[in-house]
Unconditional design. Structure first.
Length: 365
């Protein structure tokens, strides 16, 4: 048995724990393990790597002691989906090619028997396609956004919340010292999980998430209420995908081979709040900081559990499934069932209700 591991999409703390666990679990069974570099690029574009190193052997010598490291030793990419690969023509127009068959052929040429692919919705959709084309595939869900529907939680999320919370904590003292409004923009794409969890944990005064369209007047009222109560500073946490009622999401760029890049709402909120309240409002965009660096113990543990469970799935003859957390168990759900189902924050989510009980404004009252 020879298995290949690949990591795709934006990196998430805990990926190396999955790679380490899957390698150890497979090696224990006497299987060969290889890693594909940069999503599927190492397999699809071998010439781009020196001496065929786009696919390389994984064993104790190169995976030991990596569980506590952020990022992914395999490299990752969220560009160039092989099933929908953008090719720019001489006249500047772009056509999309389906390179799935080529990828499946290369996989077989390398004598791989099965693939463990670790990724978010985009990478898992590719995994599903590969499965449909005959590849033996196990998916491992990953995203800091925590927006995959069929698992209780994804690794990377806990670290992102931890870093966001610590950063917001630090802004409290400087906000209070200068009687300022601080607007902290956090990642999360179309789901508000990171903003909600970090906002409630840090005691932010306003939390704006994509699931709840906000009005600037409502946020300004929350600031005025605080002023009247003697608190001359306010912390606003805004998810990058949040948008005002009847407004639209702020987009930085729309690359050809990549999902729309969200961002900019933090500055828009600060500008508008200064205009309405007359108070100085500053913006801090946490961006990629929340997904870099050392994973929390929770994420390392979940990554290790998922990596081991993915190998167990192969050992038990499974195919086309994704590992999923359903405490206290790791279960298996079909990848087809798991992809394309965005899990956003439900309006009756207990953390959201707790925030409201504590007097947090969600910009909708
Ligand atoms: O999906 C993870 C994520 O970090 C999102 O929260 C964010 O919108 C996006 O990826 C950023 O992608 P990139 O690193 O390509 O800018």
């Amino acid at each position: 048995m020879r298995i290949a591991l690949s990591t795709g999409g934006g990196d998430a703390p805990g990926l190396n724990a999955v790679i380490r666990a899957a390698t150890f679990a497979a090696r224990r069974r006497g299987w060969d393990v290889v890693g594909i570099r940069d999503g599927f690029n190492g397999l699809l574009f071998p010439d781009q790597y020196p001496e065929g190193s786009g696919v390389y052997s994984l064993d104790a010598s190169n995976v030991r002691s990596i569980g506590h490291l952020g990022g992914t030793v395999l490299g990752s990419t969220n560009r160039g989906n092989p099933c929908h690969y953008p090719v720019t023509q001489a006249d500047g127009t772009v056509v999309y090619e389906d390179r799935t068959a080529e990828l499946v052929q290369r996989f077989a040429d390398e004598h791989n028997d099965a693939l463990i692919t670790i990724g978010g919705d985009g990478s898992l959709s590719i995994a599903q396609r590969l499965f449909e084309e005959g590849l033996r595939v196990i998916g491992v869900p990953k995203t800091i956004d925590n927006d995959l529907d069929r698992t209780l939680v994804t690794f990377g999320f806990d670290t992102a919340v931890e870093i966001a919370c610590e950063s917001i904590d630090r802004l409290f003292t400087t906000a209070a010292s200068h009687s300022r409004v601080f607007v902290v923009e956090v990642m999360g794409r179309n789901a508000g999980w990171i903003a909600l969890y970090a906002g409630v944990a840090s005691g932010a005064h306003v939390i704006l998430i994509p699931e709840i369209p906000f009005t600037y007047e409502s946020v300004a009222r929350a600031i005025r209420r605080r002023e009247e109560g003697g608190a001359h500073y306010t912390i606003v946490v805004v998810a990058e995908g949040a948008a005002p009622l009847h407004g639209h999401q702020e987009v930085i760029a729309k690359p050809l081979d990549h999902a729309e890049r969200l961002g900019g709402i933090g500055h828009a909120v600060a500008d508008e709040l200064t205009r309405i309240t007359g108070k100085e409002a500053r913006t801090v965009v946490l961006g990629h900081l929340v997904r870099g660096g050392t994973p929390t113990a929770t994420d390392r543990l979940l990554g290790s559990r998922f990596g081991a469970a993915a190998v167990r799935a192969l050992d038990e003859g499974m195919n086309g499934v994704m590992v999923a957390l359903n405490e206290p168990h790791v279960e298996y759900v079909s990848i087809a069932e798991a992809v394309g189902r965005l899990r956003t924050v439900p309006l009756d989510c207990d953390t959201l209700l707790a925030g409201r009980e504590l007097g947090t404004s969600f910009g909708d009252d």
